[in-house]
Design a protein. Structure first.
Lengths: 219, 210
């Protein structure tokens, strides 16, 4: 194929790649919406002094980080129906991603929370703020600033990890490229897939910088 | 008037305060002096409700008073910490108005006006938009003081107010504390600096390590 032919072919497969992007982005966005708040809550629990809760959440984090996400997807979609819990494919993917990423986020937040000086809680306490007021107004803004670089790492990982949903039969960007590559016996679709991932990551890197700048007003 | 009657505090098997008695009269400055490890800070933490006493009684105007559970009543104690513990994510004005707005339910304008008055009185006008990292140690301390005063406490406690500052700022701190005394504020100052205590205090209570 000459260059014009390649271009023509790329345009031909682009719609199917873009619909794959839709799936990738939808998994990505909804996982973040679910996993970040859940991660904060689990992180608070992990940083608490209530041992049973701490231990229980420790086991959860251990399982989530200690087994492959691919395996977790399979268990949620094919395994849970055995005990009567049936998810749609897409919901199964989201559920698995959210509980997996929440565990990673929780560990990041725990580290951030534990790096806040105990004196901050005490000075809030003598000023008669409640626990949640202290967390919301004083602790979390400081934790956010500390954890942003690590969160950014996980967020970029998530874009690429979302390609694992192929295992339960969902069509994402990588799968769309794979299908075209094996059908048309050319690597061009996968090259395009790589470029699209890079573009997505570039956008996220830009957003991450903006958010980090937003938190640069204090030290 | 704040009284401690035979107050004891232990951490595990280590006794920090044993049958400790103390009286702070209205409007006076009481300095608590003693070597490090004598329990001065622990005492202050018990009075401000950060630690629970193991036995004995704290009385406020002759009535029993437990600072540890006194969370929702009037502000009794304000604390200026040794390392100030300003909130780094909030500017000077927000540091001062946060608690009056959240805990005393003051509206924003009233809290703001009160904070600006306090800042002016403490020589910090024009600094309200700065963040703690932009302030010197002495300025941080005055912001911490303004923050404590904004809660209108009946007794103001200082933990080692001179130790985190340059020696030449000691007189500034003296002036500040005596200025508040002139306004009728009851103050309790924990310090290891006996000279400083003699300069400011009406009464000095010595504590020794047990």
């Amino acid at each position: 194929m000459n260059l014009a032919g390649q271009w023509h072919y790329a345009m031909q497969i682009m719609p199917s790649l873009l619909s794959g992007v839709q799936m990738t982005l939808s998994i990505f966005i909804f996982t973040l919406i679910g996993a970040i708040p859940l991660g904060i809550i689990v992180g608070l629990g992990r940083a608490s002094h209530f041992k049973p809760l701490k231990d229980l959440l420790g086991i959860y984090v251990w399982i989530m980080r200690g087994t492959p996400l691919l395996l977790q997807l399979i268990v949620v979609f094919y395994g849970l129906p055995i005990i009567g819990i049936v998810f749609q494919r897409y919901n199964a993917a989201l559920f698995a991603f959210i509980i997996n990423y929440a565990a990673y986020f929780a560990e990041i937040f725990r580290g951030g929370l534990q790096s806040i000086d105990r004196g901050q809680y005490e000075s809030a306490r003598v000023l008669r703020l409640t626990y949640w007021q202290t967390i919301r107004k004083i602790v979390l803004p400081q934790v956010m600033k500390i954890v942003l670089p690590s969160i950014g790492n996980e967020v970029i990982n998530l874009v690429k990890d979302s390609s694992l949903v192929y295992v339960i039969g969902l069509g994402d960007l990588l799968r769309a490229g794979n299908v075209a590559t094996s059908r048309d016996v050319t690597l061009l679709p996968l090259l395009l897939v790589g470029i699209i991932y890079l573009l997505l990551t570039a956008v996220l890197t830009f957003i991450q910088q903006r958010v980090e700048n937003h938190y640069s007003y204090f030290k | 008037m704040l009284e401690l009657k035979q107050v004891s505090k232990r951490y595990g098997r280590k006794t920090i305060l044993n049958d400790f008695n103390l009286t702070v009269n209205q409007g006076e400055i009481l300095a608590i002096v003693g070597p490090s490890g004598a329990g001065k800070t622990t005492l202050l933490r018990c009075i401000s409700g950060l630690e629970r006493i193991d036995s004995g009684e704290i009385q406020l105007d002759g009535k029993p008073f437990d600072p540890y559970i006194n969370r929702d009543n009037d502000s009794v104690t304000g604390v200026v910490f040794q390392d100030f513990q300003l909130f780094p994510n909030l500017n000077v004005l927000e540091n001062i108005t946060l608690a009056p707005m959240l805990a005393l339910k003051k509206d924003k304008d009233a809290a703001r006006k009160q904070a600006l008055d306090l800042l002016k009185r403490l020589g910090l006008d024009g600094k309200e938009q700065l963040y703690p990292y932009q302030l010197s140690g002495g300025q941080k301390q005055r912001v911490a003081l303004a923050r404590a005063l904004a809660m209108q406490p009946r007794i103001l406690c200082y933990d080692e107010p001179t130790s985190a500052l340059d020696p030449d700022l000691r007189q500034e701190v003296e002036k500040m504390i005596l200025g508040l005394k002139a306004d009728g504020m009851t103050q309790l100052v924990v310090t290891h600096d006996l000279d400083f205590a003699k300069q400011i205090a009406d009464n000095i209570k010595r504590v020794e390590a047990l």
